[in-house]
Design a protein. Structure first.
Length: 541
């Protein structure tokens, strides 16, 4: 019997993959979908579960907002860098094998996060987690889109989105419970048993697929994008940092911007000139794919940035516990999970532009409502905005993903899904960095405005402070000098608190305006009606 060559194995793999569209493999693709949902649940869970633990992590390590934001940014940054690389590795060594390695790396990173003694080690461990998540997400989507024919991709991506929606709902809730009941390291340790289950299911269920058209590795593209992303995000986050007294004019900030711009120029030039680029930017020439990614970039900035803001507001301004702050996000994922497959089915049968526009408007409306938060905001008002957010994301994401990949060839699916996820995570990283920087800037601005209004020589100010000091004297038995200091502290605390809330409101207004801009590119989207999809289904069958 002749020895099987690597090419022979590739041909067998391709024959197995091609047969998945037939009825005798109908159950297999659904098992694969369930398997991919496990990895997706983990990757998205770790982007949401950390948010409610940030105040406790800040207190534990004694660091400020400008430093702790890197616990989120480092994860999304590593994820964004790994997304295009994982597509090449999957084509090179196999989708199943690379998906397994991604789960393993993510699980190990989760263990290291829980063991971190300081914020620097935690940030490094989050990078390891991000590298694993950057492998799981694009390969998982490529596996799903490969196993399901175009006329079923809408419903398949809808169910795949349930895993992400479940993470959005249960991530903050689980994280809040673990932080309040135990300690913050458990928000990372909870990933370990889920990761082990995912590894076992991947090993048992999935069949290997190897793309015969393996590209050469684009080393220049990888190095240039690896330089650009960390430096540009570092410069954005450090521009208004407490430790940076020179602000945006600081020499090291200017150097970071200069090097990052140069690296971006090298990356773009290389990607368009090299025969086999790291990120196939030529895919953006596809009308639907290019426009869809513009929309994804716009709404991801607001979505990730707002998810970072809300727990901070709830815990620092309203006094919510971590569990209470996490519980408010529970309906978001449930609504999103219910609406995702429904909107996927609608997108398969009607014009996908309709749910995309409706979802964008609802998402922008939720941010707009959050732009009027105060220290007296009622719980029902906060929940209304989150209901709208879950509804908007559930309605728009599935049809948008379906339209984006509609005209992409099967052999380009891994690259396309990797590019789409790269853009989404990159937008999320920029969203967190920009909104965190904007928050610090607006807090300083409002602190100066409110502080200047406290005129010590004003008769009204002196009257109020005298009355407050008098009340404190008689209720606490303190001396006049002590009561006067307490009044000064109370007024200063109120100014800081009000300035913080106003800064959060400004951030949400920015997110609302940014999101509503996502409707503009929709004008140029081309969609297929039901009849054309049925013809495509008949042709493939």
């Amino acid at each position: 019997m002749p020895k099987k060559t690597p090419l022979h194995r590739v041909k067998n793999s391709l024959r197995r993959s091609d047969s998945f569209y037939h009825s005798d493999n109908e159950s297999y693709k659904w098992w694969v979908l369930a398997n991919v949902m496990i990895g997706t649940f983990m990757a998205v869970l770790d982007a949401t579960i950390v948010n409610v633990g940030l105040p406790k992590i800040m207190a534990s390590f004694g660091v400020g907002l400008d430093r702790i934001e890197w616990v989120l940014t480092a994860y999304m940054l590593a994820l964004a860098v790994m997304l295009p690389t994982s597509a090449w590795l999957a084509d090179r060594i196999g989708h199943k094998r690379m998906y397994f390695y991604g789960l393993l790396l993510f699980t190990v990173g989760s263990f290291l996060c829980g063991m971190s003694p300081n914020e620097n080690i935690l940030i490094i461990a989050r990078v390891i987690q991000g590298l694993g998540a950057g492998t799981i997400m694009p390969i998982g989507m490529a596996i799903v889109t490969r196993e399901f024919p175009p006329h079923q991709r809408g419903i398949a991506i809808g169910f795949w989105s349930i895993a992400a929606a479940a993470s959005v709902s249960f991530g903050p809730l689980i994280g809040g419970y673990l932080v309040d009941t135990f300690n913050w390291p458990l928000i990372f340790d909870v990933n370990i048993p889920v990761g082990i289950i995912g590894l076992l299911v991947t090993f048992i269920v999935q069949k290997e697929y190897i793309n015969p058209k393996v590209r050469k590795f684009d080393l220049i593209g990888f190095i240039s994008i690896g330089i650009f992303l960390p430096l540009i995000l570092y410069a954005l986050s450090e521009g208004n940092a407490v430790t940076n007294t020179a602000g945006w004019k600081a020499p090291y900030i200017l150097v970071c911007f200069a090097i990052s711009i140069l690296a971006l120029a090298v990356f773009l030039t290389n990607e368009f000139l090299v025969v086999e680029p790291l990120i196939d930017l030529r895919l953006l020439n596809n009308r639907n794919f290019g426009i869809s990614n513009i929309i994804i970039f716009i709404f991801s900035m607001g979505m990730f940035g707002s998810t970072f803001l809300m727990p901070l507001y709830l815990q620092n301004s309203l006094g919510y516990t971590a569990l209470q702050a996490g519980a408010v996000f529970l309906p978001v994922g449930i609504i999103q999970g219910i609406m995702s497959p429904i909107s996927g089915t609608i997108a398969d049968k009607t014009n996908p532009k309709i749910p995309i526009i409706i979802g964008t408007i609802l998402l922008a409306a939720s941010f707009y409502l959050n732009a009027f938060l105060s220290y007296l905001t009622e719980h029902s008002y906060i929940m209304l905005s989150l209901y709208l957010r879950g509804l908007g994301m559930g309605i728009m994401f599935t049809p948008l993903s379906t339209v984006a990949l509609l005209d992409i060839p099967r052999e380009k699916m891994a690259q396309a899904s990797g590019l789409m996820n790269t853009i989404r995570q990159l937008a999320g990283s920029f969203g967190v960095a920009i909104l965190a920087t904007l928050l610090s800037t607006r807090i300083n601005f409002h602190t100066q405005i409110y502080g200047a209004s406290l005129n010590n020589t004003s008769p009204a100010f002196q009257k109020i402070t005298h009355q407050m000091a008098f009340q404190l004297q008689h209720r606490t038995g303190a001396s006049l000098a002590t009561a006067s200091k307490q009044v000064s502290y109370l007024l200063s605390s109120h100014v800081i608190k009000q300035a913080y809330i106003q800064g959060v409101d400004d951030d949400f207004m920015f997110a609302a305006l940014l999101t509503i801009l996502g409707i503009v590119p929709l004008i140029w989207l081309h969609t297929k009606n039901k009849k054309s999809l049925e013809k495509q289904k008949h042709y493939e069958d």
